[in-house]
Each structure stands twice: as structure tokens, then as C-alpha cells.
Design a binder for this molecule. Sequence first.
Ligand code: SF4
Ligand code: SF4
Length: 152
Amino acid sequence: MKNTLNIHGLVSLLLIIDAFGVALFSIGSQSTLIAVAFLLLFIGYFALVSVVYCSKCLCRNNCNHLIIGRLSMLLSKRNSGPYTKNDILFGVILPFIPLLVIPQFYLIQNILHLAIFWLFFGLACFEIYFFVCKTCNNSNCMMCKHRYGTTP
Ligand code: SF4
Ligand code: SF4
């Protein structure tokens, strides 16, 4: 069970890295400066999520997404309580929009890159929704499949 969980966490992580790697390559082939800015934005986004969202996670010491829980323990103290609308809106959703939108202007120049980005990104979402979340114990998270079930 544990192995299956880690494999899906790892696969989805690699798919995300691949998707945004293609995006970065596409941006970099048109502007090195914007590629560097995008990379910083990408890293900054995960740091933000780890501090705002993961610090309230019930199982960040056993994170299904592997790296981000460890990052959270490194960057933030444990926060208690349920997620607020602001946590979700300003800590997760809104900052993700530029990460998703900016690469499209560069990926559109090459249909193959665009297709690979969306294929990898779509597969990562599929993996997370159908497998990674299924075994996650962060019952405060909206995506948790047993929100009213067990607590770790
Ligand atoms: S399981 Fe989710 S909320 Fe918890 S540490 Fe991992 S990424 Fe963050
Ligand atoms: S329920 Fe899913 S999205 Fe939410 S923290 Fe757990 S694995 Fe991540």
C-alpha cells in the first residue's frame, strides 16, 4: 500500500516537473531572462504553498506529494485549524494562474510542446485526483477522499 502510494506521488511529481520543464524550455528558447523569472516563480509558488497550505496539513511529515511536505517542515512552523478561504484563494489558486497562463504564450509557438505540456499536466492531475488523494490523511483538504473518516 505504502509502495503504491509513493509510486503515484513520485509519478505525479515527475509529470509536473516534465510539464513545466517543457514550458521552461519553450520560454527559454525565446527569452532566457523570462525563463529565469519563470523558474523563480515556479519555485516561489511551491514555497508559498508549503508555508500557507502545508503548514496546516495533518500529515505533512508523511506527505503524499513527497517533497513539498518536507519543504513545509523546513520553512514553517506547524499551524493548526482548518483552511480558510484566503488560504486556498491566495495561498494556492490565484498564484497558480500566472504559472499556468504565462507558458501558454510561448508553448503556442510549437504545437508539439503545447501538446506535451497539457498531456503531462493532465496526467499529473489524473494521478493526483484518482490515486494520490485517495490515500492522503490530510482530511482538512477539500480533495481528501476520506474527509470525514480517519485522522492520522
Ligand atoms: S499532503 Fe498536501 S497539504 Fe500535506 S504536506 Fe503534502 S502537499 Fe502539503
Ligand atoms: S488530499 Fe490530495 S491534494 Fe489534498 S493534500 Fe492530500 S494529496 Fe494533496
